[in-house]
Design a binder for this molecule. Structure first.
Ligand SMILES: *[C@@H]1O[C@H](CO)[C@@H](O)[C@H](O)[C@H]1NC(C)=O
Ligand SMILES: *[C@@H]1O[C@H](CO)[C@@H](O)[C@H](O)[C@H]1NC(C)=O
Ligand SMILES: *[C@@H]1O[C@H](CO)[C@@H](O)[C@H](O)[C@H]1NC(C)=O
Ligand SMILES: *[C@@H]1O[C@H](CO)[C@@H](O)[C@H](O)[C@H]1NC(C)=O
Ligand SMILES: *[C@@H]1O[C@H](CO)[C@@H](O)[C@H](O)[C@H]1NC(C)=O
Ligand SMILES: *[C@@H]1O[C@H](CO)[C@@H](O)[C@H](O)[C@H]1NC(C)=O
Ligand SMILES: *[C@@H]1O[C@H](CO)[C@@H](O)[C@H](O)[C@H]1NC(C)=O
Ligand SMILES: *[C@@H]1O[C@H](CO)[C@@H](O)[C@H](O)[C@H]1NC(C)=O
Length: 362
């Protein structure tokens, strides 16, 4: 090793002095080093001087901190196929070697498949006899950076708590999966939906941290991201999506999303309407209707009716109340609606004033 280094330095000096040497020795990559099937080529090119008798063109790779010759190519006149050297045995079965030929002074190492180990530095060395003796020239190094494509998130986002979610709670959604190499990330989108499942609002959370761990046996990253949402009533029926962002580009279909999330919320917006347009009408039947918003929805039997004049006496049950008022019975009617979840009961009310006169136009 020492001897070769010494020889190399010595020869370099001679070359610099203007003696004609093989020139333009370069190593470069063509194509993409993507894990799995690839179209990656490592090309070593040079311009020999007439009279140079090339013995071999070797490619070395930096493995465990040292450059080791992995493959040797031969010019046409040597009648030898390019071969893997012992230190290059790990390439067996997934590379093809194209020797240089008369029309092109390029040795080509074609990677049919790229693996994590291929990510390192490479140099090319040409050994040749010239009119001043055996010479060795080495190229500058070039790097192969291996990329790994991300895949779908492992599953639909999981969330905690899984059930009994109520407004005001913090819900933690978790997404994991292969975010590729270089390490990508997840972004989150929350789609709020109305009761018919139609999206009414979407919120993007693209600054949530994704942590990554190199997956065993490969160099791509298993990312984990957690979104914490303090849910509101409007989040009932929402769908939470986790999507892969790779090399800063959101990956269209690489997402998984939850089913509609059930968010319990207390009854609210109790509204009473009556079948007559005016609040004054003659004696007889009139129908009062009570509606409300809440999850779970208020059951019919959980609507109760009262009259202001006789509070605490239930005068009817159900979302509709048929009154049979007589003259002088003007009163304020109150509808109380109630729902329950997680062992708690909530109620809300609304009232309407009804005046019974002798004529409609009093
Ligand atoms: C690489 O792929 C080429 C073309 O697909 C094929 O001809 C060659 O045999 C393959 N070499 C190896 C080592 O798999
Ligand atoms: C010479 O080598 C080049 C580069 O590998 C290749 O494209 C070309 O087909 C070869 N020509 C012959 C005649 O083998
Ligand atoms: C090799 O690297 C040296 C130092 O970085 C640079 O000066 C030189 O131009 C490079 N040679 C080639 C052929 O790229
Ligand atoms: C990522 O890690 C999680 C555990 O943290 C594991 O459940 C999951 O299977 C891993 N995903 C991949 C693609 O390795
Ligand atoms: C993250 O994004 C959300 C929504 O766009 C924003 O409200 C929040 O302030 C951002 N947080 C940081 C740390 O940038
Ligand atoms: C309350 O309910 C009424 C009738 O259903 C509806 O028009 C109104 O938009 C609701 N208000 C709120 C704040 O939900
Ligand atoms: C409504 O009240 C009137 C007078 O009190 C009575 O004649 C009638 O039968 C009542 N109707 C109903 C449906 O209760
Ligand atoms: C109606 O709601 C008000 C305010 O929440 C409350 O003070 C009142 O007791 C309720 N009335 C009934 C009949 O439930």
């Amino acid at each position: 090793m020492k001897r070769v280094l010494y020889l190399y330095t010595f020869l370099l000096l001679i070359c610099l002095k203007g003696v004609e040497c093989l020139t333009n020795l370069q190593i470069s990559t063509v194509g993409h080093a993507v894990l799995g099937l690839s179209d990656l080529e490592l090309r070593c090119s040079y311009n020999p001087e007439t009279g140079d008798d090339i013995y071999s063109i070797d490619i070395s790779a930096e493995l465990n901190g040292q450059y080791r010759t992995i493959v040797a190519f031969y010019p046409e006149n040597r009648r030898k196929d390019g071969t893997l050297r012992m230190d290059g045995n790990y390439l067996n079965g997934r590379v093809t070697m194209n020797n240089p030929n008369q029309s092109s002074n390029v040795a080509v190492l074609i990677f049919n498949q790229t693996e994590c180990i291929d990510e390192t530095m490479y140099k090319c060395r040409v050994t040749y006899d010239s009119n001043i003796g055996t010479q060795i020239q080495e190229s500058n190094a070039t790097a192969i950076y291996v990329e790994g494509s991300p895949t779908f998130p492992d599953s639909v986002p999981s969330y905690i708590p899984l059930a009994g979610i109520e407004e005001g709670m913090s819900v933690v959604f978790t997404c994991t999966g292969n975010v590729g190499k270089p390490m990508g990330k997840f972004r989150w989108i929350v789609y709020r939906r109305n009761a018919n499942g139609i999206s009414i609002q979407e919120s993007l959370y693209d600054n949530v941290t994704t942590t990554g761990l190199e997956m065993p046996g490969t160099c791509t990253f298993n990312g984990t991201s957690q979104l914490t949402l303090q849910v509101e009533s409007l989040d009932n029926n929402a769908v939470v999506r986790c999507q892969v962002v790779y090399q800063d580009v959101p990956q269209g279909n690489l997402y998984k999303q939850t089913n509609m999330i059930n968010v319990y919320y207390s009854v609210r917006n109790v509204t009473v309407t009556k079948s007559h347009l005016h609040d004054t009408f003659g004696p007889g039947r009139t129908t009062l209707t009570c509606t409300s918003d809440g999850n779970p929805a208020v059951r019919n039997e959980d609507y109760k009716w009262y009259k202001m004049s006789q509070q605490y006496t239930v005068i009817g049950t159900g979302s509709q109340l048929i009154t049979n008022a007589t003259v002088g019975e003007s009163d304020v009617y109150i509808c109380v609606a109630q729902n329950s979840y997680n062992g708690k009961t909530f109620s809300s009310n609304s009232s309407i004033q009804i005046k019974i006169g002798k004529t409609l136009n009093s």
